[in-house]
Design a protein around this ligand. Structure first.
Ligand code: AMP
Length: 185
């Protein structure tokens, strides 16, 4: 399976993302952003470029998906001076929570958020490290829309176009934005 970044745009960022074959199960090419996070200037550049791809005037709140999405969303929240809502794994939130179950590229999962932390009409930007099948982002979008939020954009460092997550987001009225793409799954 091809492991190189399929785009020349942001190739400097893509070069810092390590690929681990057959993790967490055979056939999966895990695009590991932990190596990018080790490089301070490269991570700062990543956040600066992501921030430049959105219009802060059209965003009321940033939604970060646990766990790697929190890292990207928090830095972006700082860069754009926007609040951040945490979309967490089940059972982690101390207050009253609502959740949604979804299918992953490898297994199933669930995300939850605090009741009342996203208000009807708020424009929420969904943020995660990587877009694969789109199941996670779509669950986040549905959870936020259930609370009355408007979600029109989702931001990622990496897209895996072969897994068609971007198409699924577009079909639900959300524009996916990613810095770089990797071929294969
Ligand atoms: P999906 O719901 O299929 O779009 O998967 C996206 C979520 O799973 C993100 O939170 C990613 O961190 C993680 N993920 C899925 N596939 C991969 C992969 N090949 N490499 C790294 N992370 C992945």
């Amino acid at each position: 399976m091809e492991s190189a970044c399929s785009t020349t745009a942001n190739a400097d960022i893509a070069a810092r993302i390590r690929t681990i074959a057959d993790y967490p199960k055979p056939g999966i090419q895990f695009r590991d952003v932990s190596t990018l996070l080790l490089d301070g200037p490269a991570f700062r550049t990543t956040i600066d470029r992501l921030a430049a791809l959105v219009n802060p005037a059209e965003i009321d709140l940033i939604a970060g998906i646990e766990a790697r999405g929190f890292i990207v969303a928090s830095a972006l929240s700082y860069a754009l001076s926007k609040g951040k809502v945490m979309l967490r794994k089940p059972g982690k939130l101390p207050g009253e929570a609502v959740g949604i179950d979804y299918a992953l590229e490898y297994g199933t999962d669930r995300i939850e958020m605090h009741v009342g932390h996203v208000l009807p009409g708020q424009r929420v930007l969904v943020v995660d490290d990587l877009l694969a099948t789109g199941g996670t982002a779509l669950a986040a979008i549905q959870l936020l829309r259930n609370a009355g939020a408007e979600v029109t954009e989702a931001l990622f460092i990496v897209d895996l176009p072969d897994l068609k997550g971007a198409d699924r987001l577009r079909a639900r009225g959300v524009t996916p934005i990613a810095l770089c793409a990797f071929e294969g799954d």
